[in-house]
Design a binder for this molecule. Sequence first.
Ligand SMILES: [Fe+2]
Length: 183
Amino acid sequence: MNREEALDSIKANVEDGNLVKHMLAAEAIMRALAKRLGEDAEEWGLTGLLHDIDVELTEGDMHSHSKLGADLARELGASEAMAHAILSHNVRHGISRETKLDKALFCTDPLTGLIIASALVRPDKKLAGLEVNSVKKKYKEKSFAAGANRERIALCSEIGLELDEFIELGLEAMKGIAADLGL
Ligand SMILES: [Fe+2]
């Protein structure tokens, strides 16, 4: 599978532009993480890109969410490692996160939401001027973007990153695709 095929499949299965942006953000962070950790940036990036491809198809049914996603990814040619990461990012399945790829996707998923929300409360609603310290402050405000699960973000420790380091890497990665994110 190449990136274009993954994007075509996303276009066919996802209407919500914000959901597409969430997946693009996850891709950018996963690529940056892979580079930092000496892993396969293409494999990690495509895992981030595809991880929520089934959200609209499963219509909020958390028992099928990510099972279908893993199947769709496999059909596109994803490796078993990628499919496992997608499957295990939904805690409802009770599948343990074993590999670094599994763990990276799990902590990356909520970080995208925290960063997007941090940009949207700025007067200009842009990522460019958003500083890492602001995002760190927002991380500590539990009521801010409460859906961005802080405990999950903090699990970056499982892949050897300090929280501050992870937030900084995520912010830089998302700034790199700010235009695609419309931020
Ligand atoms: Fe997600």
